[in-house]
Design a protein around this ligand. Structure first.
Ligand code: NIG
Ligand code: FE
Length: 433
């Protein structure tokens, strides 16, 4: 099937070398003004100016008229916890009253609270709620999302979460990249027996997860009072031995050695990094680890300690930004909200933010050859935004900009009213203003 997307005020292609973008490259979006794109069988066949593409239109070609609006690749949300039961609105309210995230966790709340609820839910129930949230991702312009386990913390409950992710891949249009996070917290029944729990993760959980092909990556929450660097190292080395890629929750709440460990192990990503110092940044640089920055969790925890994005870009790191969507520290699925925080709080330019949220993010989940930019041969995952300048997606915050979302060249979401994209099989003139 042939599809032509025409009349894009800006076609934000992110065309470039086949690798993550660093330094000044992060500000180069390879925008085609009055751009257009030809898609065949769900793959991008050609991008160019409207005139160039219109010449290639054949009979039977479906036409999507972007009506003078911005078209960009779908966002790749490279760090999320999208499968869980219940909410933590009660803790949210307690934090407004002055309690901290760590105090709540120390009293048995936090992650362990969501673990109790997730254990009580069936796989079907987890899938139903996560499907509802899949729509939240889609309608804010996300087309691929990394999905961590970590609210089961027993063999069967971790497998249940990862099987739910596998079903979401089959039953929703969104693409999920599964990550095993059995070392997210020490569950209630192992309190005071942390080392014994680490053994269970390594000896019992990892072989089942890897054996059933349920995860591509393994992640560990490396933090004071959670898993120390020695425990995290053991888990990550075992995971690597079973063929999984490595990600680390690092230096989120304290400088606890997570970034250094990610560098030592040559992990794919080190995530959070709010407390990482200059030595950590240069170690990540030397080891080629991608930092995944999660300003939504800083914001939602009421902190002002954002990670040092500017220093990381200046040091030549291939920075990624993501939502960290989860019921505790970051209850947002919205990449445009993250772009807003990246610009206002971390002083990234909107262009750097978009690179971090698309092509760099795609490389960080091992899909850089397939998604993250609008280039020949890539999957046609793209979004029409209700604006004429890409910077508006970060600038106007708190609204949903995505007018139409396509995955594999198929329309998977469009918002109602005058924004509905017209897919009729005929060329359309620009609608009057
Ligand atoms: O990335 N820090 C650990 N994990 C999550 C929080 C999960 C939760 O609070 O439920 C994070 O912030
Ligand atoms: Fe997280």
């Amino acid at each position: 099937m042939l599809l032509a997307v025409i009349n894009c005020s800006q076609l934000v292609t992110l065309k470039g070398e086949a690798r993550p973008r660093v330094g000044a490259e992060m500000r180069e979006l390879a925008i085609i003004e009055d751009g257009a794109m030809l898609v065949r069988g769900g793959r991008i066949e050609r991008v160019g100016t409207r005139q160039q593409i219109e010449e290639l239109i054949e009979g039977g070609c479906e036409i999507v008229d972007a009506a003078g609006r911005v078209v960009m690749p779908g966002f790749v949300d490279a760090h999320a916890h999208p499968v869980f039961a219940g909410t933590r609105v009660d803790e949210y309210e307690m934090r407004a009253g002055g309690l901290t995230y760590q105090e709540i966790a120390a009293h048995g709340g936090g992650i362990r609270q969501t673990v109790r609820r997730t254990r009580a839910a069936t796989e079907d129930e987890l899938v139903i709620t996560a499907k509802h949230r899949a729509n939240w991702f889609l309608r804010t312009g996300t087309t691929t999302v990394e999905a961590k386990s970590g609210y089961g913390l027993s063999i069967e409950d971790e497998l249940k979460m990862l099987r739910a992710v596998r079903r979401l891949n089959e039953e929703t249009p969104l693409c999920y990249v599964p990550t095993f996070l059995g070392a997210h917290e020490v569950p209630d029944e192992f309190q005071g027996r942390r080392a014994a729990y680490v053994d269970v993760v390594i000896e019992e959980m990892l072989p089942r997860v890897a054996g059933e092909g349920l995860a591509v990556y393994c992640d560990v929450f490396c933090e004071e009072n959670v898993f120390d660097t020695g425990q995290a190292r053991r888990i990550l080395l075992a995971a690597r031995g079973m063929g999984l890629g490595l990600r680390v929750h690092a230096d989120q709440l304290s400088l606890s050695g997570g970034a250094m460990l990610a560098a030592e192990l040559g992990a794919t990503t080190a995530d959070h990094l709010e407390h990482t110092d200059a030595a950590g940044i240069s170690a990540l640089r030397a080891a080629g680890v991608q930092p995944v920055l999660l300003p939504g969790s800083v914001y939602a925890l009421g902190s002002s300690r954002y990670p040092a994005a500017r220093a990381m870009i200046d040091a030549g790191l291939a920075v990624v930004i993501a939502t960290d969507f989860n019921p505790g520290s970051s209850p947002t699925p919205s990449m445009p909200m993250i772009l807003s925080l990246a610009t206002t709080q971390m002083k990234m330019t909107p262009a750097e933010g978009i690179t971090a949220a698309t092509i760099n993010a795609a490389y960080s989940v091992g899909r850089g050859g397939e998604i993250g930019s609008l280039e020949k041969g890539k999957r046609a995952d793209f979004v029409i935004y209700d604006c004429a300048d890409y910077r508006e997606v970060a600038y106007f915050f708190g609204i949903e900009h995505a007018a139409a979302v396509f995955i594999d060249g198929r329309l998977v979401h469009s918002c109602g009213g005058h924004n509905t994209v017209d897919v009729t099989g005929q060329l359309h003139a620009l609608p009057p203003d």
